[in-house]
Design a protein around this ligand. Structure first.
Ligand code: UTP
Length: 475
């Protein structure tokens, strides 16, 4: 688009102030600003001004209509459950036919952890200090060896961390994966606006752009062409997970099988909440539609509500583990159907800006609004969504905070506990402290086994058993 047309469009939308300092910029700065402006969808922004900005919070929900979502419970022994075994066979079939891709969303800012690099580079394992990305890469590599098929791995980055993420993979030789199976793409951005809906200039030649949330992955997959690439490769299911959880069972045949057998557009794993106010989303039914309601939105009385047996009513916590059907992503992410797309949420934030006199200001209270999409908002739009229960100790221990709950230490301890439980199951005795944490550091690479069942089988086949000592590492 010609510069004069671009300018006219912004002026007509009441956003002409973005050119206030344009004449002071050098050519490179002008080009940068123009490239930012040309990616802004003014119509979408106008809609958000009318909807989200006009009200203080998201759309009001009538909580009295809320019901807990149904889910497929975890049996005491998966091997003894016909239903679970049937699902496993179906999942294994899809994996051996090369119909499944792995997908990590890694475009977040990771502010709570405060690590000065993309979060996927964070050293997380107990003995070797492997990065989160390496842990995932080894799980994918191990599954692709097991099923004899290459498994594409989609990695969504952000404008801020894309280059550093790609460099890390280059430097580490893709952790043994084929370079052509690792598909990076960058998520979209949204302009931050002030309370009246005016786009915020962060600098004279720079708009305050923020990542559009993990839900932005659907349209980013379409815009980047990744979804077409998956179609070319015959991929039907996309196994979605977050960058912060090294315990995630990325290519779980049971989960994939339930998704396929249920003819589901989108499936999710639930984990029973550890305590009533745990900071996770809640799987609910609203007007018969499956949805996730964030802990911050669900009134406390509902988070604490118990049934006649004292069991939490809204027990099913969302841990951001989903399977997405490829065609569903394409339909939702292409934006062709205006009624069929994810809603935005608003978050009020402190956003540095240039004031009317051209000075940089760092506000000390929220002065602006950023817009984000959440991937779980796709659930109410999905047909036949399936939820299955997962085991927390085996699948979920995220690194979110620098200390305390969901921190590097808690995650290391959870990894050690999990690996120790696998060793227990084959008759090894692991000494624990009073909190049940193994006294010695233990780490089992996914290249050896990535779940308890595989571990027990592999262990049986070893002729020389390793001695379990301080700092045990098994690969
Ligand atoms: P979080 O909600 O934990 O946010 O993201 P975050 O930005 O990583 O961390 P904080 O809140 O600043 O501490 C959950 C998952 O969604 C991804 C993150 O990378 C993480 O895997 N995500 C989040 C994106 O890919 N894009 C986004 O815009 C937001």
């Amino acid at each position: 688009m010609e510069f004069s047309d671009l300018r006219k469009r912004f002026e007509a939308a009441g956003q002409g102030h973005v050119f206030k300092y344009f004449d002071e910029l050098d050519d490179a700065q002008k080009d940068f600003l123009i490239s930012q402006l040309s990616r802004i969808d003014l119509e979408e922004l106008e809609n958000l001004k009318e909807t989200l900005l006009a009200q203080k919070r998201g759309a009001e929900v009538d909580y009295s209509k809320l019901e807990p979502a149904p889910y497929i419970p975890l049996p005491a022994d998966k091997r003894a459950s016909k239903e679970w075994q049937k699902a496993k066979l179906e999942g294994q079939k899809a994996l051996s036919e090369g119909k499944v891709a792995a997908f990590v969303v890694a475009g977040g800012q990771g502010t709570r952890l405060g690590f000065n690099a993309p979060k996927g580079l964070y050293p997380v394992t107990p003995v070797k200090g492997k990065s989160l990305f390496q842990v995932f890469a080894e799980k994918i590599l191990s599954a692709s060896r097991k099923y004899g098929k290459s498994i594409p791995w989609l990695i969504m980055t952000s404008h801020t961390n894309d280059a550093a993420t790609r460099k890390f993979f280059e430097e580490n030789n893709y952790f043994g994966l084929n370079k052509s199976d690792v598909l990076f793409f960058v998520q979209g951005q949204m302009p931050a606006v002030d309370k009246s809906g005016k786009i915020i200039l962060e600098d004279k030649g720079k708009i305050a752009m923020t990542p559009d949330g993990h839900g932005g992955c659907l349209r980013a997959m379409c815009r980047s062409g990744v979804i077409d690439e998956l179609q070319r490769r015959g991929i039907e299911c996309i196994s979605y997970f977050q960058v912060d959880n090294p315990l995630v069972n990325i290519l779980d045949p049971y989960f994939i099988g339930f998704h396929i057998l249920g003819k589901s557009d989108m499936s999710s794993k639930m984990i029973p909440k550890a305590y009533p106010l745990e900071k996770v989303g809640h799987f609910c039914l609203l007007d018969g539609k499956l949805c996730v309601i964030e802990y911050s939105d669900l009134p406390e009385e509902y988070q604490r509500k118990v049934d006649e047996n004292g069991k939490l009513v809204f027990l099913a916590g969302s841990v951001a583990i989903h399977i997405l059907d490829r065609d569903f992503v394409k339909r939702l992410g292409s934006g062709k159907d205006a009624a069929f797309k994810l809603p935005f949420h608003r978050a009020d934030k402190k956003i540095p800006y240039i004031d009317d006199n051209g000075n940089s200001v760092k506000p000390d209270k929220p002065n602006g609004v950023k817009f984000e999409m959440f991937v779980f908002d796709a659930l109410p739009l999905a047909s036949s969504p399936v939820i299955i229960e997962g085991a927390r100790a085996e699948e979920f221990s995220p690194v979110k905070n620098a200390e305390g709950v969901d921190s590097p230490i808690s995650c290391k301890n959870d990894q050690k506990k999990l690996f120790a439980s696998w060793l227990d199951s084959v008759g090894e005795k692991i000494e624990r402290d009073e909190n049940g944490v193994p006294k010695s550091d233990i780490e089992i690479s996914a290249l050896f086994a990535s779940n308890g069942e595989d571990f027990a089988e592999k262990w049986k086949s070893l002729t020389d058993l390793p001695r379990v000592v301080q700092g045990l590492y098994i690969e």
